[in-house]
Ligand binder design. Structure first.
Ligand SMILES: Nc1ncnc2c1ncn2[C@@H]1O[C@H](COP(=O)(O)OP(=O)(O)OP(=O)(O)O)[C@@H](O)[C@H]1O
Ligand SMILES: [Mg+2]
Length: 472
């Protein structure tokens, strides 16, 4: 007997710590257990619930719609049922419940309900769906590009390198078909640019182009958004078309596909195979003619190995594969990209902006971890900072300037035990850190280092760091 009560105490302790709400009733529907999580969801104290009948505590429910009472009556478990109710304090709550009858020797002695609060998820889905309906929901008149638009065309893709030319040719050919395309490459390499250009070159160009980042939303929301919902279904209070239906006749771009939860990837595969979607909570399939283009910022083979991408889906979406190499592997594109961005950001400027040879030299050596986007921002920023008509090293962002000072320090042999060299290395490191901390401002860096500004300026000049850090 002592053992049994110890087990009961342990079980209660365990249940009081789980995140799911747990509510148990006896065979008459009287509450016998009500944990902290459910108390938080429903806004009731356990004392207000335990010892009372379910319908007494939740007056808005009836024998038919209380899942606990249904499970008691039928002896059948009910899985993942949505329940919306007004709690005792007047607050509208939506939960997803699983309700299981408790049987001993085949006799029902009670029921247990496990619930998850999805009120916020539901509110968010409704809000997102409303916004999407505003954005994309109106039918397009031929020739109009009002909604879900793709702005870029192949003319906007700048690059002289063999690989960019080849990629543009391949993408142009792929645009004519409706086959799925997988575009992959590091961040900022121009994946979205290619995807939009493909849509705009394709016979679908007057139909919607809708992009959805799969990493931006939790799985429960994403599913309703992509495939739609029907009234009473889990996430939607309304009948709403998903993005697949809204993009019918056009293109849907699923960015960061490897972030899509794998169970949803399985549903996406079915949509691709059947050419039809089933809205959440619906039984009916609806035909859609939506072209699917996906993107991934890492090598899809790695994503497969890491089990971020389902193999069966990979073969289906990778009919055409476009790999965009990082900028450091196609440096011959840098000069024309620089020209392009200077032209883009110099509208309204009288004089023609040039870049110094030193800057071009830095650009040709820098590894560009942020790829074309980083180059674009470097030029945009420099054009705001500069005073004359030439972009100089001092106008470049801190990460580019400090990369080169770093390199200089690392060029010293670490095996060198000479004290003067070691002190010089330490001095360089401290100066570099101080400059980074104050975004390259020399007066402030001198203050941080506790030396006069002139001394710091002299040291920078002597160390050949003057051209990199020359801002006062
Ligand atoms: N070849 C190019 N010619 C002109 N502009 C480019 C080129 N490649 C990229 N860009 C510009 O760089 C920026 C980033 O491009 P985009 O958004 O297409 O990159 P992405 O690969 O989708 O990046 P992320 O993985 O971070 O989403 C955009 O402003 C785009 O216009
Ligand atoms: Mg992108």
């Amino acid at each position: 007997m002592r053992e049994l009560s110890a087990i009961k105490a342990q079980l209660e302790l365990l249940l009081s710590h789980v995140e799911e709400g747990i509510h148990m009733v006896d065979r008459k529907g009287i509450s016998i257990y009500y944990n902290k999580a459910v108390s938080k969801i429903e806004g009731l104290d356990p004392e207000e619930v335990i010892g009372k009948h379910v319908l007494e505590v939740f007056p808005s429910l009836t024998e038919q719609d209380s899942t606990l009472l249904c499970a008691l009556k039928t002896g059948e478990a009910i899985y993942n049922r949505e329940q919306t109710f007004t709690n005792y304090k007047g607050k509208k709550i939506t939960t997803i419940n699983t309700t299981i009858p408790i049987k001993v020797n085949g006799k029902i002695i009670g029921a247990m309900e496990i619930s998850r609060d999805v009120t916020t998820v539901k509110d968010m889905t409704e809000r997102i769906s409303e916004l999407q309906a505003i954005l994309y929901g109106h039918t397009v008149k031929p020739g109009s590009r009002r909604h879900g638009t793709a702005r870029y065309t192949f003319d906007d893709i700048i690059g002289e390198s063999r690989c960019i030319k080849d990629l543009k040719n391949l993408a142009r050919r792929a645009a004519a078909s409706s086959s799925p395309i997988l575009v992959w490459g590091d961040t900022g390499t121009g994946k979205e640019l290619f995807v939009q250009a493909i849509h705009n070159e394709s016979p679908r160009k007057l139909s919607p182009f809708i992009a959805q980042n799969c990493a931006a939303l939790p799985a429960t929301l994403l599913e309703g958004i992509l495939f739609g919902t029907i009234k009473g279904g889990f996430t939607g209070a309304e009948d709403r078309a998903g993005l697949f239906e809204l993009a019918d006749g056009g293109t849907i771009f699923l960015d960061e596909i490897n972030s899509m939860p794998t169970e949803l990837q399985a549903k996406l595969l079915r949509v691709l195979q059947e050419g039809a979607v089933r809205r959440l909570g619906d039984t009916r399939m609806r035909n859609v003619n939506t072209r699917v283009i996906t993107a991934c910022s890492e090598n899809p083979i790695n994503a497969l190995e890491k089990k971020q991408l389902r193999e069966d889906l990979f073969y289906r979406i990778n009919v055409v594969s476009l790999e965009i190499p990082p900028l450091r592997e196609r440096r011959e594109d840098i000069p024309c990209l620089v020209e392009h961005f200077i032209a883009r950001y110099s509208s309204g400027r009288g004089e023609r902006v040039k870049i110094s040879d030193e800057v071009m030299d830095i650009f040709m050596k820098y590894p560009w971890p942020g790829n074309v986007r980083e180059l674009e921002h470097a030029i945009e920023g420099a054009m705001i900072m500069m005073e004359g008509d030439t972009i100089k090293p001092s106008h470049l962002p801190i990460q580019i300037r400090s990369f080169f000072t770093h390199q200089k320090d690392r060029a010293i042999d670490p095996e060198d035990l000479n004290l003067n060299d070691a002190l010089e290395r330490l001095e360089n490191e401290l100066i570099r850190k101080a400059l980074e901390k104050v975004q390259g401002n020399i007066s402030m860096a001198a203050r941080v280092l506790g030396i006069p500004r002139q001394t710091l300026q002299y040291k920078l000049k002597k160390k050949g760091m003057g051209s990199i850090y020359t801002r006062n």
